[in-house]
Ligand binder design. Structure first.
Ligand code: ADP
Length: 475
C-alpha cells in the first residue's frame, strides 16, 4: 500500500458538520481498494480523542501556536488517524468552528494553521517511520499545508488541495501573518495575499501541485466570476492542474436493503412501509401528491427561501413536505412558521442522522434547490433509496441527476427533475412537473428503478483519485 496523508478539520463518523466530513471519512476505504493507504490528520477535538484506540505519541511540540501539543497515532472508527492534541486550540465544547454564542472562534486561523503546520511536518519528516508519498489537503482549514511544505524546502512530496466549497476561504487580518508562521515574502497578489488580507484557501490554490474539486461542473464554474467568489482569476490561472472528481456516498451506510434505521427494501414497491413510518412520525396526512423531504444546512446557499416561496406548487396539488435542518436563525424561524401555517408542511430544526435516514427512505422525492452546490450528497442518498431528486441545475447536482427532459423520458433514463434558472418560479415549475410524474404510476416506478440502479458509490471516483495520486507520485 502506498501512503497518503489526508488533512482535514472534520471526518465522519468522528466529527461532522457537512459533506466534507463524509468525503474525508469515506476516502480511506475507497482508496484502499486501489492500493493507497490514507491516514488522516485531524484536530483532537474531545469527541474524537475519546474514540481513539491504541493511541501512541508520535510527535511533540513545546509551543505550537501558543501552547504545548502532541501528535497521537491510532485507530478511530476503523480509520488510521493522526490526532493533533493541542488543548489550547481544540479542547473546547460546542461546535468545532463556533463559540456557544454562534460566532467563529477568534483563533480559528491559528487552530487550523497549526493543523496544517503539523501536517506539513509529517509529510516532510514522516512520523514514527511512516512517510507519505502525497499530501492531500481539504478546504481552507488544511490549505496552508502545501505552503508550509514548500517553505520547508520539500519538493519531493507532491500536494493536492481539494475544494469542497469555495464559499469558505479562511480570511485573516494581515497582522497575523507572523503569528501564523507565514513567509513574509508570500504576502503578494501572486501569493497568499487577498485584497489586503491573508487568505488560507488562496495560499493553497497557489502552492498546491494539483487542485481538485468535487464535481466536473463545479470545476468549470469555479473559473467564473459568478461562482468563483473572488478566486475565479486565481483558479483560471491554474486551470491546467484543476480537475473535478465527483463525490460518492458510503454504500454500506446508505443501503436501503441493510439500513438499520428503517423498514428495509430492495425495490421501489418495498418503500411503502418506510413511507408509512415517515407519515406516522411526522403526522402529515397522506394525499394524492408526492411526499417530499429536505435534509440540509439552513443557509443562503441551499435555496430553501426559494422553496418557501414555491411551496404552494407542491402542497396545492396534494403534496407534502418534511424538512430537517439547522442553521441561520432567520431560516429556522421561517420554516417553523411554514409548518405552523400549513398542515402539509412539517419542520424539525436540528441535526439528526438517524432521522435523516428515515426521511430519505420514506419519501417519494428529495428537494435540493441550492443556489450553488459543489457536489451535494443528499440527492445521491435519494437516488439510492428510490427517492426522486428535484435539483437546481448547478455544480454536482447537474452532474449526478438525469433530469426528466422529454428526451430522457423517451429514452427511459430519467432519474430526477432539474430546474434552471435558480428562481422560485422555476422551482415551482419543477415541483409541478414532479406532481405530474408522480401521478403516472408506471413512469414514476420506472424513474425510481433507474434511480436505484444509478451508480453513486465510490468505485469510479476512487479510481480517478488513484490515477491522480499515481500521476503525481510517479512523476
Ligand atoms: P454541505 O456539505 O454543503 O452541508 P452536502 O449535501 O455535501 O452539503 O452534505 C451534507 C451532509 O450533511 C449530508 O450527509 C446530509 O445528510 C447531512 N446533513 C445536513 N443537515 C443535516 C441534518 N439536519 N441532520 C442530519 N444530517 C444532515
Amino acid at each position: 500500500m502506498r501512503p497518503v496523508l489526508s488533512v482535514a478539520s472534520e471526518c465522519a463518523p468522528l466529527v461532522k458538520t457537512g459533506g466534507l466530513a463524509d468525503v474525508v471519512g469515506a476516502l480511506p476505504a475507497a482508496l484502499a481498494a486501489t492500493g493507497w493507504e490514507l491516514r488522516t490528520i485531524l484536530p483532537a477535538y474531545p469527541q474524537v480523542l475519546a474514540g481513539l484506540e491504541d493511541g501512541a505519541v508520535v510527535g511533540e511540540d513545546a509551543d505550537l501556536f501558543g501552547g504545548p501539543a502532541r501528535v497521537l497515532f491510532g485507530r478511530a472508527a476503523g480509520l488510521g488517524v493522526y490526532l493533533l492534541d493541542a488543548p489550547h486550540l481544540f479542547d473546547r465544547t460546542g461546535s468545532i468552528y463556533l463559540t456557544p454564542e454562534g460566532d467563529d472562534w477568534a483563533d480559528n486561523p491559528e487552530r487550523f494553521a497549526a493543523l496544517s503546520f503539523v501536517a506539513a511536518r509529517i509529510a516532510d519528516e514522516g512520523a514514527d517511520g511512516w512517510r507519505p508519498e502525497i499530501l492531500h489537503a481539504h478546504d481552507w482549514q488544511a490549505a496552508l499545508a502545501p505552503l508550509y511544505l514548500q517553505e520547508r524546502g520539500n519538493r519531493r512530496v507532491p500536494t493536492i488541495l481539494t475544494v469542497h466549497n469555495i464559499a469558505f476561504q479562511g480570511l485573516v487580518p494581515a497582522e497575523r501573518a507572523a503569528a501564523l508562521r507565514l513567509p513574509p515574502g508570500g504576502f503578494t497578489p501572486d501569493g497568499y495575499e487577498y485584497w489586503g488580507q491573508i487568505s488560507a484557501l488562496k495560499a493553497g490554490l497557489v502552492a498546491a501541485d494539483r487542485i481538485t474539486t468535487v464535481s466536473p461542473t463545479y470545476a468549470r464554474q469555479l473559473m467564473t466570476p459568478e461562482f468563483g467568489m473572488g478566486l475565479d482569476g486565481v483558479i483560471r490561472a491554474r486551470r491546467e492542474v484543476l480537475s473535478g472528481i465527483l463525490n460518492g456516498i458510503d454504500a454500506a451506510i446508505w443501503n436501503p436493503a441493510a439500513d438499520p434505521e428503517i423498514s428495509r427494501f430492495r425495490t421501489p414497491r418495498g418503500k411503502v412501509r418506510a413511507r408509512d413510518a415517515l407519515l406516522e412520525l411526522t403526522g402529515l396526512p397522506d394525499g394524492p401528491g408526492p411526499l417530499a423531504v429536505v435534509v440540509s444546512r439552513l443557509t443562503d446557499q441551499k435555496g430553501l427561501d426559494l422553496l418557501l416561496e414555491a411551496l404552494p406548487a407542491l402542497t396545492d396539488r396534494g403534496g407534502r413536505l418534511a424538512l430537517l435542518g439547522t442553521g441561520d436563525a432567520e431560516l429556522e424561524e421561517a420554516w417553523r412558521a411554514a409548518a405552523a401555517e400549513n398542515p402539509h408542511v412539517w419542520t424539525r430544526i436540528g441535526y439528526d442522522e438517524g432521522l435523516s435516514h428515515r426521511m430519505i427512505a420514506g419519501a417519494d422525492a428529495i428537494l435540493v434547490p441550492s443556489r450553488f452546490e459543489p457536489c451535494g450528497l443528499t440527492q445521491l442518498f435519494g437516488l439510492r433509496y428510490g427517492t426522486i431528486p428535484v435539483v437546481a441545475m448547478t455544480g454536482g447536482l447537474a452532474d449526478t441527476v438525469i433530469g426528466a427532459s422529454p428526451a430522457a423520458l423517451r429514452a427511459g433514463v430519467a432519474t430526477g427533475v432539474q430546474f434552471h434558472p435558480i428562481t422560485a418560479e422555476a422551482l415551482a415549475a419543477a415541483l409541478d412537473q414532479l406532481c405530474d410524474l408522480f401521478a403516472d404510476a408506471e413512469l414514476w416506478n420506472r424513474m425510481q428503478r433507474n434511480a436505484m440502479r444509478q451508480p453513486v458509490g465510490w468505485d469510479v471516483s476512487a479510481a480517478e483519485y488513484a490515477v491522480l495520486y499515481e500521476s503525481l507520485a510517479d512523476r
